[in-house]
Design a protein around this ligand. Structure first.
Ligand SMILES: Cc1ncc(COP(=O)(O)O)c(C=O)c1O
Length: 387
């Protein structure tokens, strides 16, 4: 039977594959430590729980408007006003099945077959495959060896007349780096001048440490939202520990939002009504859920860094946000796939090879799990590598 070229060319998600593997090993009773995870271990906020039950109690779980329910859009609008100083209307917002679907809506709305989408390495593992899924060409801009930030001139050099969009994820998965304000400002200018969209993947923008904040691209542009080339992506998965609900969103000009709504209507009709109610409940809660999670993650980040400092030859880049770190292990083994496999085989520790994020020599180590796992995982790795 025939499989499409797309089905045959698109890669499996490396991180989801590792999550499955960790689950299988655990179920087999193996003493595996999972430092490859991508979700907080916290329970969902009370507001999400209450709103889920309230909605379920109605026993009416129907289709909603394609772009989302008004209550959730109102929460997203307030969130955007509070965190970006800009109040989008309901016509600037699309609620989706996770930030992932919001990114697909965006890519499908702007990419023609063969047109290019530019993004820096290290990138979120899914970006290249997502661009390929819409028949676009991913164009990766790499930093100089030893660095995580590419020169802005290099970004500019890779943007051509065939470029439709630039994608930036800040704070960044896998490195935890916040792109400097000057870099984002110049990127906004370049994209506006060249007339290409700038997609800001802000899914970790509240999970930042040491008083830092991720530069807000909208504030670095003079364009009003409805003339803007900026498309901001966010969601409840990470900051509210609601990965399983699958709710994300985009904030953008009305013109591109309309195109994204048309696309989403033909793909899923609408996001789950139950999940939308839960997300609105989480966002309406006046409590300190996000701040408490942020504080927990900062503590875990500090713990991970202090454990990494015990290694003889690891080069550390201190994460400024997210729940990932991206240390350079190349002094031990430059092939990150080989190293990750060795650590799984010999130490039963799951890590993600840097190669999956476009930079070999590094490993992505998550600190969203328990403190015990962080200490145990790194001490097992050290026993193998520094023995
Ligand atoms: C950078 C980045 N963007 C988007 C997503 C997708 O988030 P969601 O679970 O809301 O689809 C993830 C999830 O890992 C991510 O790390």
């Amino acid at each position: 039977m025939h499989l499409s070229r797309l089905a045959m060319s698109v890669g499996q998600s490396a991180t989801l594959k590792l999550n499955e593997l960790a689950g299988i090993l655990k179920a087999e009773g193996k003493p595996v430590v999972h430092l490859g995870g991508g979700e907080p271990e916290e329970k969902i906020p009370q507001g999400a729980y209450d709103a889920s039950l309230k909605k379920l109690d109605t026993r009416y779980i129907r289709y909603t408007a394609t772009s989302g329910i008004p209550e959730l859009k109102a929460e997203i609008s307030s969130y955007t006003e509070k965190n970006y100083g800009l109040k989008p209307s309901a016509k600037n917002i699309v609620v989706s099945g996770g930030a992932k679907q919001a990114i697909y809506n965006f890519l499908m709305a702007v990419v023609d077959p063969g047109s290019e989408v530019v993004f820096p390495a290290p990138y979120w593992v899914s970006y290249p495959e997502m661009v390929k899924m819409v028949y676009g060409t991913p164009v990766v801009v790499r930093p100089e060896p030893g660095k995580l930030l590419p020169d802005i001139q290099e970004m500019d050099r890779h943007i051509t007349s065939n470029t439709r969009a630039v994608m930036l994820n800040s704070p960044n998965n896998p490195s935890g780096m916040i792109y400097p304000e000057e870099f984002v400002r110049e990127l906004v200018e370049i994209c506006e001048y060249r007339g290409v969209y700038l997609m800001m993947d802000d899914i970790y923008n509240r999970l930042v440490f040491g008083g830092a904040s991720a530069p807000n691209a909208f504030a670095l542009s003079k364009q009003p939202l409805n003339d803007s080339i900026i498309v901001s992506i966010n969601g409840v998965s990470k900051m509210y520990s609601m990965t399983g609900y699958r709710i994300g969103w985009s904030v953008a000009s009305e013109a591109i939002t309309q195109a994204m709504v048309k696309i989403q209507a033909q793909i899923t009709s609408c996001p789950s009504a139950l999940s939308q109610a839960a997300a609105a409940g989480a966002m309406a809660e006046q409590g300190s859920f996000v701040e408490d999670l942020r504080v927990q993650l900062e503590k875990k980040r500090d713990l991970l860094i202090s454990e990494l400092k015990k290694f003889k030859k690891v080069k550390i880049h201190i994460p400024q946000g997210t729940f990932y770190s991206f240390p350079d292990f190349s002094a031990y083994e430059p092939d990150s796939e080989k190293l990750s496999k060795l650590l799984l085989d010999k130490a039963m520790v799951v890590t993600v090879p840097g190669k999956e994020f476009g930079l070999d020599g590094h490993l992505r180590l998550s600190y969203c799990g328990s403190e015990k796992d962080i200490v145990e995982g790194l001490s097992r790795i050290r026993k193998i590598l520094d023995a």
